[in-house]
Design a protein around this ligand. Structure first.
Ligand code: F6R
Length: 615
């Protein structure tokens, strides 16, 4: 939610900031802004729309020179997306300027108090309140900017990653973080500040990630000074060497990040199990599990918390953990779990799943479970993310950066890692024989080439998309392991094409959704030969009798469904617990093509953002 970038050094700040904002657009893209200091004064440009709109406006209206600047791409929380609500925001004197990612929850109270003291506000944002609060403290207490930021933040309730500077003292930027990510890239005589490392990866591999409740004063030609916001204690920066490379964050010849990420899945799944799956030795090695095996083996139950697509991966894991390892599992929406006073005991293990590792509701659920004594394990993609740091132990999916807002490779790699955990526990518990364990490991290793094969249906799927691109609604049905895949297929379609879509367990259809079926209704049915096959075929018959249009995803060589469905998409055969890794692929491609044909912005669907750091 919102991306921030700042630069201070010897290069021109403007191109670095614009490129950085484009890389951070996945975080929010309803408006954008930039401010530059040219050695004399500041020049600000901001606009509703994308970074490209900002670029056009800024280059036509302001002097874009300067070796210091701040930039912002917004996902609106307080105030509609318009030019005025866009960041950066000035303080009333015009001296201070700020960019902010997060929410100031007590901004109304602070605003009222500032208004009583004569402050006026142009925008509806909480951020303009914060910059004026800093200004008020600075003047009243007669302190420097860093101290003023610290005092002000101690009055604030909410979440923030901020960068603020004073144009009367333009050799420093003050940054602070609580609940939203903030990285400082350290180059030669230059500093970069950003929501993640992507804006500065071609300039430096050295970065400091601020911890929650830390602030830093970044001075030209000086070392960074870190402090704790609460008690002023000195904190010592740990400089990390970044693993990210530039190719990973570019489109690499694909038209969209989503398509690139769909096609990356064979490699991504392989990277997830690489070094962990040791089929020859008959073992799965995973440090986070190995070191905490007793916690998992003695757990009363496993509670999985997540949101969106990650929640769907959690639902698949419910099947694998219960079916393979015989451990009871509950899967919860993090947002509901955290507020419903759940019963959690010290014998519970909580698994939090999150691609970004920054989702506010998932993070809050983790903190609550920790307070109640549960052991908390994280499954994240983004290395060093807040959730990865907050959990007791965890396993990274190693999918590589996912930039398309709709999750694709994150989902399949989450399923891969969760299946590996279930298999490992099944073996440790003695539920699985050596030979069955070996069979599963071998089959998991065979998945990447099978995903390649599934991707070969792309042209056929494009043709099917052409037929249904103007549909108003779509149903997705699946059973067992493929019920969560139906939910995920529906989510993919609605979020990027804006077609209303619902996923259901196939047998539930007759309890309501069947009323929707007519000759205008496409129904996507996952009907693999393993698991309730005949029952799903009966469901297909029921849809056909009501003239619904059937798009079936089946295993190669299927004849029964072939005879019934309007369209058939084949994926290679596998064992049932691994089938979601293959059946998901055509559903991702179908939503991609339909969205494209409807003229939708596939990588940046309206109203969404990649990392949801607000409740
Ligand atoms: C859907 C999608 C979202 C995320 C959800 C959780 O395509 O991307 O539903 O899955 O916002 O995000 P993470 O996994 O980062 O916690």
């Amino acid at each position: 939610m919102c991306g921030i970038v700042a630069y201070m050094g010897n290069k021109d700040a403007y191109p670095i900031i614009i490129k950085g904002l484009q890389r951070l657009e996945y975080r929010g893209y309803d408006s954008a802004g930039v401010v530059l200091y040219d050695g004399q004064d500041v020049h600000l440009s901001k606009t509703k729309g994308k970074v490209e709109d900002l670029k056009n406006k800024a280059e036509a209206s302001i002097n874009t020179v300067g070796k210091l600047g701040l930039g912002h791409t917004r996902w609106a929380t307080h105030g509609i997306p318009n030019d005025i609500n866009s960041h950066p925001h000035y303080s009333n004197s015009g001296d201070l300027v700020i960019i902010h990612n997060g929410i100031i929850e007590n901004y109304e109270t602070l605003k009222k108090a500032l208004q009583e003291r004569g402050y006026v506000f142009e925008s509806d944002t909480d951020t303009e309140v914060l910059v004026n609060l800093i200004e008020e403290v600075k003047k009243k207490e007669g302190v420097k900017l860093g101290k003023a930021v610290q005092i002000a933040l101690n009055q604030v309730v909410g979440a923030y990653a901020i960068a603020v500077f004073d144009k009367t003292k333009p050799d420093e930027i003050v940054v602070a973080k609580l609940g939203s990510p903030l990285a400082i890239g350290i180059g030669e005589d230059e500093y970069f500040i950003a929501s993640d490392a992507s804006p500065f990866i071609e300039f430096t591999n050295n970065a400091v990630y601020l911890e929650d409740e830390e602030m830093a004063i970044v001075r030209r030609g000086k070392e960074i000074k870190l402090r704790k916001i609460k008690d002023d204690a000195i904190a010592y920066p740990t400089i990390q060497e970044l693993q990210l490379n530039i190719e990973e964050i570019e489109k690499g010849g694909y038209d969209h990040f989503m398509l690139k990420e769909i096609y990356e899945q064979p490699r991504a799944i392989m990277d997830t199990y690489r070094g962990r799956l040791r089929t020859e030795q008959g073992i799965i090695k995973m440090a986070g599990i190995d070191q905490n095996l007793d916690k998992f083996l003695n757990a009363n139950r496993i509670i999985i918390v997540a949101c969106g697509t990650s929640w769907h991966a959690g639902l698949v894991a419910e099947y694998t953990f219960e079916d393979l390892a015989r451990i009871p599992v509950e899967v919860e929406y993090a947002s509901e779990f955290r507020y419903r006073n759940p019963v959690i005991t010290e014998n519970d293990v909580l698994i939090a799943i999150s691609q970004s590792g920054e989702t506010a509701d998932t993070l809050a659920a983790i903190k609550m479970a920790k307070e109640k004594g549960a052991f908390v394990f994280g499954v994240c993609n983004v290395v060093g993310s807040s959730i990865a740091r907050e959990t007791h132990a965890g396993a990274y999916t190693h999918a590589g950066p996912e930039i398309g807002v709709a999750s694709t490779k994150a989902f399949t790699t989450q399923i891969t890692i969760l299946t590996m955990i279930a298999l490992k526990l099944a073996k440790e518990k003695g539920v699985f024989s050596e030979s069955r364990f070996h069979e599963y490991l071998t089959e998991l290793e065979a998945i990447p080439p099978k995903v390649e094969k599934a991707l070969e249906s792309n042209v056929l799927i494009e043709q099917i998309a052409e037929v249904y691109k103007d549909s108003a609604n779509c149903l997705y049905l699946g059973r067992g392991y493929n019920f969560p895949v139906a939910l995920e297929g529906a989510l993919k379609l609605k979020e990027i094409s804006y077609i209303h879509a619902e996923g259901y367990p196939a047998a539930e259809m007759k309890h309501g959704p069947i009323a929707l079926i007519d000759d205008q209704m496409p129904v996507v049915v996952i009907a693999t030969r393993k698991g309730h096959y005949e029952k799903v075929i009966s469901n297909i018959q029921e849809i056909k009798s009501r003239h619904g249009k059937i798009i079936a995803v089946v295993f190669e060589g299927d004849e029964m469904v072939q005879a019934l469905a309007d369209h058939v998409i084949e994926v290679p055969e596998t064992i049932e617990p691994l089938s979601p890794l293959l059946t998901t692929i055509p559903l991702q491609l179908l939503s991609y093509h339909i969205a494209l044909m409807r003229g939708c912005n596939v990588d940046q669907p309206r109203n969404l953002a990649k990392s949801v750091t607000v409740e």
